[in-house]
Design a protein around this ligand. Structure first.
Ligand code: 3H9
Length: 694
C-alpha cells in the first residue's frame, strides 16, 4: 500500500497510489493523499498535480471493510476531497478501470477528470445501503443537474466513459495514456492560472415540487429501503443548501445508514458473494483450465438461457437438440429476448448482434467433441440424462468438463457410467438462466479440485455468482424452498388465501409471491415430484387435480385473462381451498402478515441449518448468496441466515418449536445446530467467522 510522488521537470507532481487489488481507499491511502497534496501546495517548484493509481483500476471506492469500525484513523475521505478541491495548484485525476464510490468522489473533487476509453464510473453506495459520504452527491448534482444526479446515485449503476463525458462527469476521454493527457490538462490549467472550484457554486433555479415528483416516480418501487430516500434528500440538499452545510448533513446521514441493519445486510451480501466464489479448501495451485468454447445440450427454456449467459460473457456457445423444430423454437426465443433487451436499452443493437453471432446450433451431438465445457440441460429424467452424459464422456476430449444442469437428481447417479468422473460436475442454473445470477456448483463424489476451480472461474467470468453445494435432493436452494412450499400449503389449508400469502412475502421484500411464481412455472411439475416422493400437499394437489396448471391453462392459484399475466384473485379457488380445509376438518382462521412471513421464512432457516450441519453448504453466507441470487430474497435483508441473526436465533428457535407442536410437523423441530448456536449465544455470522479462522 503506497502513495508515490514523482516531480517532473515541467513542475508537475504526479501522485501514484497503489493498494491492490482494487485500490480501495483506506486510512493509509487517505493519509498519503493529504500528505502529497500538502507537499505539492507547500512547494514553489510544483505548478500542477495529477492523481493516478497503479494496477487494474483507479480507486474503486472506500475500503468497505473499514465501515462500522468504531476506531477512525487519520483524515476522513471528506477531508481528503476538501484538501484536493481547495488545492492552490490544479489537480487533475487520470482515470482508468472502475472509478467507483469514494474513488469517483475524489475524482469529482479534482479540478479536471481525464479517462482512458474502457473506464467506467459509478456511485454504487446505494447498493450498499448508503449515500456517497464525502460530498459525491453534492458535487455531482452541481455538475450535471439534480435529475441526472439522482438517477445516477439511486441506481448506483456504472456508466461507460463516453456516456460519462456526455453527461459532464468527465472532461476528456482518450484512447490511451490517460496520465500523459491528464498532465497536459493540468499544465494548461496552471498556465491559464484559472481552474474551477465549482463545489462553491450554489444553484438558484431549482424547483422543489418538480424534483419531488420526479424522485417519487424514480423510487416508488424501493419503498422498503432506506438508501434511495436518503439519496433523494441528499440531492435536494445539494440544490438548496450551501455546500458545507449540505455535506455536513450527508455525513450525518452516511453515519446513520452505515450503522443501520440494511447497510450491514448489503455489505454482508457483497462479501458473501465473493467468499462463495473462493471456497476454502478448494484452492488449487497453478492456472485454472481455460474455457473458450461451450456446448449446451437441450434447446429448451433452460438450455437457451444458459447458452445466452455464455454469449453475453463473450464465450462462443453451441446449442444442440435432436429436432430442427426444437432448435428453431430455441433460436426464436434467443432472438426475441435479445431484441427486447436492445429495445429496452439494457444492451445496444450492436451487443445483441455480437451475442447472436457467438451462438451456433446443431442437431448432431458429435459437435460437442471440441468443446471445453459441455452442459446437459434436457428434461429432468434420470435415464435420458444418464444416456447423454455417458455419450458425452465417450465423445469429448479427456480435458473437457462435463456438467449436468439437473435441479434435483442425484448427480452421482447421472454419472454412474462415466469413466472419467473427476471432470464431471453439476452446474445448476436458475430460471430465467440468462437473467438470474446464481449457479450452484454441485460436487459429485469424484469431482476434482481442478474441475471445481474451473467451474467457479467460468461462472464468475460470465457474471454469475457461483456457490458450491454438496450433492443432495434439491441441493441448497430447492431443498430449502421445498420446506417453504409445505408451509405455504398449510397456511392455505388453515385459512389464508393465495393473495394473502403472496402479499405478505412481497411486503417482506420478495419481488413476487411463491404462489404467483408457481403459477408462472406450471403447477404440474411440482405435482409430479410430490407424487414420486409420496409427499402430498392437500391444497396444491387439489388445484392441479381441478385442471388448474397455472398461467398456461389460464388458471392456477389465480385466474388470468387472455394474453395477460397479471394474477387475479379468483372466488373459484377460494371455494376450492375452503372445501379442502373442510374435508380435513379444519376451522379456517386469519393470519397476520408477520405470522405468515415467520411461517414461510423460519423453516427455510431451519433447513439451512441442517444443510450447514451436513456440510452441503460450506458457510451460512453461501446459503445467503444462493437465496439472494436465485430466489429474489430481498438483498437489503442479507439472505435467510443473516436475517435469522437479525431476528435473533433464540426467538426464531422458540417460534419453530411452537410451530412444530402446533402443526405436528417434525421437520419444523429446530435443527441441532440452531439449538447449539442458541446455547452458545452465537449467530450464523459468528459461526462463519469461527470456521474461517480454523
Ligand atoms: C464508498 O466508497 C463510500 C464513500 O462514499 C465513502 C464515504 C466516507 N473495499 O469484486 P472482486 C475486494 S462505498 C474493500 O472480486 P472484480 C473484494 O472483496 C464503496 N474491498 O473483483 C475482493 O476481495 P477478495 C463503493 C473491496 O474485478 C477483491 O477486492 N465502491 C472493495 O470482479 C476483488 O473484488 C464499491 O461499492 C472495496 N470497496 O470487481 C465498489 N471492492 O479477493 C465495490 C472490492 O478478498 N467493488 N474489494 O475476495 C466492486 O464493485 C468490484 O469489486 C469491482 C471489481 C468492480 C471494483
Amino acid at each position: 500500500m503506497t502513495i508515490e510522488t514523482r516531480k517532473l521537470d515541467n513542475g508537475l507532481l504526479l501522485i501514484v497510489a497503489e493498494n491492490p487489488p482494487v485500490n480501495a481507499i483506506n486510512a493509509a491511502i487517505r493519509q498519503g493523499l493529504v500528505g502529497a497534496i500538502e507537499q505539492a501546495n507547500g512547494s514553489d517548484d510544483v505548478v500542477a498535480i495529477v492523481l493516478s493509481c497503479k494496477g487494474r483500476t483507479f480507486f474503486a471506492g472506500a475500503d468497505i471493510k473499514e465501515f462500522g469500525n468504531a476506531r477512525k484513523e487519520g483524515p476522513t475521505l471528506h477531508e481528503v476531497c476538501q484538501k484536493i478541491a481547495h488545492s492552490t495548484k490544479p489537480v487533475v485525476a487520470a482515470l482508468h478501470g472502475t472509478v467507483l464510490g469514494g474513488g469517483l468522489e475524489i475524482a469529482l473533487a479534482c479540478h479536471g477528470r481525464v479517462a482512458v476509453e474502457g473506464t467506467t464510473c459509478g456511485l454504487p453506495e446505494s447498493q450498499l445501503g448508503l449515500i456517497p459520504g464525502a460530498g459525491g452527491t453534492n458535487r455531482l448534482a452541481r455538475l450535471i443537474g439534480p435529475k441526472k444526479a439522482l438517477e445516477f446515485v439511486v441506481s448506483g449503476k456504472q456508466i461507460g466513459a463516453a456516456r460519462a463525458e456526455k453527461l459532464g462527469v468527465l472532461d476528456e476521454v482518450v484512447a490511451q495514456n490517460e496520465v500523459a493527457a491528464a498532465i497536459s490538462c493540468a499544465l494548461r490549467m496552471a498556465q491559464r492560472g484559472r481552474f474551477k472550484s465549482w463545489s462553491d457554486d450554489f444553484p438558484a433555479d431549482f424547483v422543489v415540487s418538480t424534483f419531488e415528483d420526479f424522485a417519487r416516480k424514480l423510487t416508488q418501487k424501493m419503498a422498503n429501503q432506506d438508501a434511495p430516500a436518503a439519496c433523494v434528500r441528499s440531492v435536494q440538499r445539494a440544490m438548496t443548501m450551501p455546500f458545507e452545510e449540505a455535506i455536513a448533513a450527508d455525513r450525518e446521514e452516511f453515519a446513520r445508514l452505515s450503522a443501520g441493519n440494511q447497510s450491514l445486510a448489503l455489505r454482508h451480501a457483497f462479501f458473501a458473494e465473493r467468499a462463495a466464489a473462493k471456497p476454502k479448501g478448494f484452492d488449487i495451485p497453478g492456472p485454472v483450465k481455460s474455457i473458450s468454447k461451450v456446448t449446451v445440450i437441450g434447446a429448451g427454456t433452460m438450455g437457451t438461457g444458459i447458452a445466452m449467459s455464455f454469449t453475453a460473457g463473450g464465450i462462443p456457445a453451441t446449442l444442440i437438440d435432436t429436432t430442427q423444430e426444437a432448435l428453431d423454437r430455441g433460436l426464436d426465443r434467443v432472438r426475441n429476448l435479445l431484441a427486447t433487451s436492445a429495445r429496452r436499452g439494457s444492451i445496444s443493437e450492436e451487443q445483441a448482434e455480437q451475442r447472436l453471432a457467438l451462438l451456433q446450433w446443431s442437431r448432431d451431438i458429435e459437435q460437442a467433441s471440441d468443446a471445453d465445457l459441455v452442459i446437459e440441460a434436457v428434461y429432468e429424467d434420470l435415464a435420458i440424462k444418464q444416456d447423454i452424459i455417458t455419450r458425452l464422456d465417450a465423445l469429448c476430449d479427456q480435458s473437457a468438463l462435463i456438467a449436468t444442469n439437473t435441479s434435483a437428481i442425484d448427480i452421482d447417479l447421472i454419472a454412474k457410467d462415466v469413466r472419467n468422473r473427476d471432470r464431471f460436475v453439476g452446474l445448476h442454473f436458475f430460471a430465467p438462466a440468462n437473467v438470474m445470477r446464481l449457479v450452484e456448483v454441485v460436487l459429485g463424489k469424484e469431482t476434482s479440485a481442478e474441475t471445481i476451480a474451473a467451474s467457479l472461474w467460468i461462472a464468475k467470468k460470465i457474471g454469475k455468482v457461483p456457490v458450491l453445494s454438496g450433492n443432495c435432493d434439491g441441493f441448497i436452494g430447492n431443498r430449502m424452498v421445498a420446506k417453504r412450499g409445505a408451509q405455504v400449503d398449510r397456511l392455505l389449508l388453515e385459512g389464508a388465501l393465495p393473495q394473502d400469502v403472496d402479499e405478505s412475502l412481497k411486503c417482506f421484500g420478495f419481488p413476487m409471491g411463491p404462489l404467483a411464481i408457481n403459477d408462472m412455472s406450471g403447477l404440474d411439475v411440482g405435482y409430479a415430484i410430490r407424487k414420486r416422493r409420496g409427499t402430498p400437499f392437500p391444497i396444491a394437489d387439489a388445484v392441479v387435480e381441478h385442471g388448474r396448471l397455472g398461467q398456461k391453462t389460464g388458471a392456477g392459484y389465480y385466474r388470468y385473462e387472455d394474453g395477460n399475466r397479471t394474477p387475479l384473485p379468483d372466488p373459484e379457488i377460494e371455494n376450492l381451498i375452503a372445501s379442502v380445509s373442510n374435508a380435513h376438518g379444519i376451522t379456517r382462521r386469519t393470519f397476520s402478515p408477520d405470522e405468515m412471513v415467520a411461517r414461510m421464512i423460519y423453516p427455510l432457516v431451519n433447513e439451512g441449518a441442517r444443510i450447514l450441519e451436513e456440510g452441503i453448504a460450506l458457510r451460512a453466507s453461501d446459503i445467503d448468496a444462493v437465496w439472494l441470487n436465485g430466489y429474489g430474497f430481498p438483498r437489503w435483508r442479507g439472505g435467510p441466515m443473516f436475517h435469522a441473526d437479525s431476528v435473533g436465533l433464540s426467538d426464531l428457535t422458540k417460534t419453530l418449536r411452537d410451530l412444530a407442536r402446533l402443526t405436528g410437523d417434525n421437520s419444523l423441530t429446530p435443527a441441532p445446530l440452531l439449538n447449539r448456536l442458541v446455547a452458545d449465544e452465537m449467530t450464523f455470522t459468528d459461526l462463519d467467522k469461527e470456521n474461517a479462522e480454523k
